[in-house]
Design a protein around this ligand. Structure first.
Ligand code: CDT
Length: 342
């Protein structure tokens, strides 16, 4: 019997430093409603969905920066984020949402580039991921016109690992409803290969370019990878392309090519579906971000792709059992290698 999961990526157009939070919440809620109309059960939003991609700025250039951070423990109750989860609960939608997180675990303030998985069935946040691969430089470029990527300054590297988890209540008649009730990053029996709830893994933007992010999830049997991103269309200093004198258009095209390459190749190599959601368009009047939100099959085919650089929902119906041929080929291969004795 097929294990059908209906999913959406909610691409966001640009946010700006001065965009009021109410406007962003309003757009996110409209995207949730559009995804619901298409029949989605799960909606994936971009990295730092609630703000402009502020880590492109130097710390001193963003004096009121605390307003761009959320306390990860109050997402469901804070007026700054609650409307998203209230609407998701009302519509019965699971949501993956990227945001800049501030925490005071152990009495020390830390900042992370994070995302959470909200389960409508559970009415709670089921898992949290903190970005591990923080790209860019620690120091801004000397050239005042260069585009910076200063995530290493703004955030600490993620400390939650790549922890797969099962999302309950999405597939009818699972033989095993698996996830227990003990909260964030409960990865249940994600290593159990019995048929059951979908096995999910979350990563954020630059993580998708590194084989180990995917492989950590692949080895836990992940069936759907969720990945929000903000990928600059033009950053010659950052990409070591100053000498090449690439045009904006050439740079954007190359960036799109590489995004498609990592999403399709890694989905194929790990025999999993992937859903990537962009923040796209020009932020703060100057900083272009690529489009390309896409849903990819375990065979590496693009099932749906955004056509615009603005707010847009893409949708696909997945049969999670399509992951099985590739995954069982891997286990046959590893069995053959274990059996091999020269
Ligand atoms: N947000 C983020 O991780 N962006 C990086 C930019 C890399 S430098 C062009 C990315 O991998 O898309």
């Amino acid at each position: 019997m097929a294990r059908i999961l209906r999913v959406a990526a909610a691409q966001l157009g640009p946010n700006h430093l001065d965009t009021p939070r109410e406007d962003i919440l309003d757009r996110i809620i409209k995207l949730l409603q559009a995804a619901f109309q298409k029949g989605a059960q799960l909606v994936v939003f971009p990295e730092t969905a609630l703000t402009t991609f502020f880590p492109r700025y130097r710390l001193e250039d963003v004096p009121q920066s605390d307003q761009y951070f959320e306390d990860g423990s109050t997402l469901l109750t804070s007026a700054r984020t609650r409307p998203i989860f209230d609407e998701a609960a009302r519509l019965g939608l699971d949501v993956c949402l990227g945001f800049a997180e501030k925490s005071t675990e152990g009495g020390q303030r830390r900042q992370h580039n994070s995302c959470v998985y909200y389960s409508a069935r559970r009415g709670d946040i089921l898992a949290k991921y903190r970005k591990i691969h923080l790209p860019g430089t620690l120091q801004p470029f000397e050239d005042a016109d260069a585009i910076n990527q200063l995530e290493k300054l703004w955030f600490s590297p993620g400390d939650l690992g790549f922890t797969a988890f099962r999302a309950p209540g999405l597939i009818p008649n699972t033989t095993k409803l698996s996830v227990g009730g003990d909260g964030v990053n409960n990865n249940g029996n994600a290593r159990d290969d019995s048929r059951g709830d979908p096995i999910m893994g979350m990563m954020i933007c630059n993580d998708r370019r590194w084989a180990e992010s995917w492989r950590c999830y692949g080895l836990q049997g992940a069936e759907v990878i969720l990945c929000g991103y903000n990928t600059t269309a033009w950053a010659p200093d950052l990409c070591g392309k100053v000498e090449m004198q690439q045009t904006y258009e050439e740079s954007e095209e190359e960036s799109m090519f590489q995004h498609r390459l990592v999403m399709t190749a890694n989905s194929y190599m790990n025999s999993c579906f992937s859903i990537s959601a962009a923040k796209s368009g020009v932020e703060d009047g100057k900083y272009g971000l690529i489009r390309g939100s896409m849903i990819v099959s375990p065979d590496g085919y693009v099932l749906a792709e955004a056509k615009t650089k603005g707010d847009e929902v893409i949708f696909a119906e997945l049969d999670l059992d399509d992951c099985l041929p590739g995954k069982s080929m891997v286990s046959l291969l590893s069995q053959a290698m274990t059996d091999y004795s020269p």
